[in-house]
Design a protein around this ligand. Structure first.
Ligand SMILES: Nc1ncnc2c1ncn2[C@@H]1O[C@H](COP(=O)(O)OP(=O)(O)OP(=O)(O)O)[C@@H](O)[C@H]1O
Ligand code: SF4
Ligand SMILES: [Mg+2]
Length: 342
């Protein structure tokens, strides 16, 4: 019997994005692949986590998924519509259904705006006119939704704490009642206790509003706690797709991320390195596996042949009747870790 799977809310297919910059080579600017050949399905009502070190392409992938930047090639389908084909006007309307929460709540809100004006900004950007009464009602609805007192409506950003500002950013992202939220490291600049509160808020909102999240973080433990499946990126490529948050890592890089201790102080977080060895330049990637210079299991084949992202049926959950893999566990590694490793 064929199993009917629900259509995903977002489908990214063979997405690539290059940037030029850096030193010139023979008079030509050099290019780098910030996102390479990423294919990913984001199911409705799910949390898809994206994890990887700084510069691996997480934010570029997020921006591509919302068409905030154009891909060099590949497609982004949102609810059955290829959004690359939309006119600017239709895209603007579509944008109501997809919103982003950024990492730094301090710079995400214009310091000259009162909180109420920041919350109403999405309506202005969409050209939606609200009467004074409607605007007031909207602010009064949004503030408690994110756990902020209505009296804060006339506050300026500098009068709010980091956690309150991030709550405000989440409220602003929810103003137009989107279905899809991209959360780009929404807790990275917050202390751990505040981080837990924001994660709790995001969980509650997802359950209450039936939202779908793309959740980006450096912290694999946090992503594991919060996500239904996890995409691990290294230098622009997906190196592993964990079909379940508790799935054992099979790529040595994912294992190194899992073993690295997360730094609770947000100011020190970016200095955490999960593995030894040199990271190759994104402008000059080796022909083989990009992780070979840091991988304790690297062999000659790894330096010659790039491993493709391949499903590993032996690591998948299986349908009891047909023994068909329900959730494939793709890994881009010639010598994946055995399932018994801890
Ligand atoms: N507009 C741009 N122009 C040139 N290069 C860019 C641009 N945006 C991103 N890059 C480069 O693309 C690569 C991926 O960047 P991206 O911001 O997506 O990484 P990230 O995983 O989000 O990193 P972080 O964890 O630090 O936020 C980096 O090498 C970055 O320098
Ligand atoms: S392909 Fe080789 S170098 Fe790359 S992660 Fe796997 S074992 Fe390590
Ligand atoms: Mg980023």
């Amino acid at each position: 019997m064929t199993q009917l799977l629900p259509t995903p809310l977002v489908s990214l297919t063979a997405l690539n994005r290059t940037f030029s910059g850096g030193k010139r080579l023979l008079g030509k600017p050099r290019t780098m692949n910030a996102v390479s050949d990423v294919t990913l399905q984001i199911e409705r009502g799910s949390v898809t986590g994206v994890v990887g070190e700084s510069g691996c392409g997480k934010s570029t992938l997020a921006r591509l998924a919302l068409r905030l930047i154009e891909p060099t090639s590949g497609s982004v389908v949102f609810d059955g519509v290829d959004i690359r084909s939309l006119s600017p006007k239709t895209m603007r309307q579509m944008r109501r259904r997809m919103q982003m929460v950024f990492q730094d709540p301090y710079s995400a809100i214009d310091p000259r705006y009162r909180l109420q004006d920041a919350l109403l900004e999405p309506f202005r950007l969409q050209g939606i006119k609200l009467t004074k009464l409607e605007a007031k009602a909207k602010v009064e609805e949004l503030l408690p939704m994110v756990g902020l007192r209505p009296e804060l409506a006339r506050s300026f950003p500098h009068q709010l704490s980091g956690g309150q500002k991030q709550r405000a950013c989440i409220a602003r992202a929810l103003a137009l009642q989107p279905e899809f939220l991209v959360l780009d490291e929404p807790t990275a600049s917050l202390d751990v206790s505040i981080q837990a509160q924001i994660i709790g808020l995001l969980e509650r909102l997802k359950a209450e509003l039936g939202l779908t999240y793309l959740f980006i973080s450096h912290d694999l433990s946090l992503v594991r706690y919060f996500s239904d499946k996890i995409v691990v990126m290294y230098l622009g490529r997906v190196v592993e797709l964990l079909p379940e948050p508790s799935a054992l890592p099979r790529h040595p890089y994912t294992k190194a991320l899992l073993d690295s201790t997360f730094e609770p102080d947000p100011k020190l977080r970016r200095t955490v390195t999960p593995a030894v060895g040199e990271i190759p330049s994104a402008f000059d990637l080796p022909q083989g596996c990009a992780y070979a210079s840091r991988c304790p299991f690297a062999q000659d084949r790894c330096r010659i042949e790039r491993p493709e992202l391949e499903p590993r049926p032996e690591g998948s959950l299986r349908n009891v009747v047909g023994n068909i893999p329900l959730h494939a566990h793709p890994v881009a590694c010639h010598f994946p870790l055995p399932l018994t490793s801890s």
